[in-house]
Write a protein of this length. Structure first.
Length: 269
């Protein structure tokens, strides 16, 4: 990560944000550490008009306001086997993926715990969550292991906001999907993945989790769930055949199921 060199103008343009690794905003009050609330508020103020490809550089700026030397956003791949780095700008070369097995970043993702490492310099690996759905990890860097430990609490709050932004901004962009996909997705899979709910949902009383495999060639299989008070509705559908025809069939069935859910039999807890 490059050191702070000069304040960034506000509001920043997309081109300026794309080169944020070299020139990061560092106001005098931020240099003294404004805390999680200030960093979160700073990012929220910019999130309303934020383009999806500006997320990574703005997150990098936000953690520097906490006193860190930089941050990177890693998203889990569609096959749930690795973590893929979100680039700070279009000119940045793609980084090697980090496996969920055998890496500290992967263990932070799998265990949803903030973990520290020092092999390539002091850093924290913070889970990115949308509720209980795991989206990836936030990598936080610092020159001092002791000062880095003091950022565990503040960066957890910031990571919560980053997770929400990944989901909300991801609804109208392919930026995140391009990072997460290791192989091309078929038309049938493209159609079906747009219809199923998040892969994980939990409350203090239950956990629902699912996955479609092979993720890039699914067709004919789907799932759905919804929570209505004390009633959890669960649905698993299997359309006859394979490919686009089976996906079209199960798409209609999924819509019919959701339309009938308020009157459907339910699992009562």
């Amino acid at each position: 990560m490059r050191p702070v060199s000069s304040p960034a103008p506000e509001p920043a343009t997309s081109a300026e944000l794309a080169t944020a690794t070299g020139d990061i905003a560092a106001d005098d009050d931020a240099a003294d550490g404004e805390g999680a609330a200030g960093a979160v508020a700073w990012l929220v103020d910019r999130a309303h008009l934020m383009a999806p490809d500006e997320l990574a550089p703005l997150v990098d700026q936000a953690v520097r306001r906490l006193g860190a030397t930089g941050a990177r956003v890693w998203l889990v791949s569609r096959d749930q086997r690795s973590l893929c780095r979100l680039p700070l700008g279009a000119a940045e070369q793609p980084a090697d993926a980090l496996g969920l097995d055998g890496t500290l970043a992967g263990w932070a993702y799998r265990s949803t715990q903030t973990l520290a490492s020092s092999s390539d310099g002091p850093r924290l690996w913070v889970p990115l969550l949308d509720g209980t759905e795991r989206l990836g990890v936030l990598e936080l860097c610092h020159h001092s292991p002791e000062l880095l430990e003091g950022l565990r609490g503040p960066v957890t709050s910031l990571a919560g906001l980053v997770g929400e932004l990944v989901v909300s901004k991801g609804q109208y962009t392919d930026v995140f999907e391009r990072v997460r996909r290791g192989v091309p997705m078929g038309v049938a899979a493209e159609l079906l993945w747009r219809q199923v709910p998040p892969l994980m949902f939990a409350t203090s009383r239950f956990v629902v989790t699912a996955q479609l495999e092979p993720w890039h060639q699914v067709g004919g299989d789907a799932f759905d769930y919804s929570l209505d008070g004390d009633v959890l509705h669960l649905g698993v559908l299997d359309g006859m055949g394979h490919g686009l025809g089976a996906t079209l069939l199960v798409s209609v069935a999924l819509a019919a199921y959701r339309n009938a859910t308020p009157a459907a039999p339910a699992w009562t807890w």
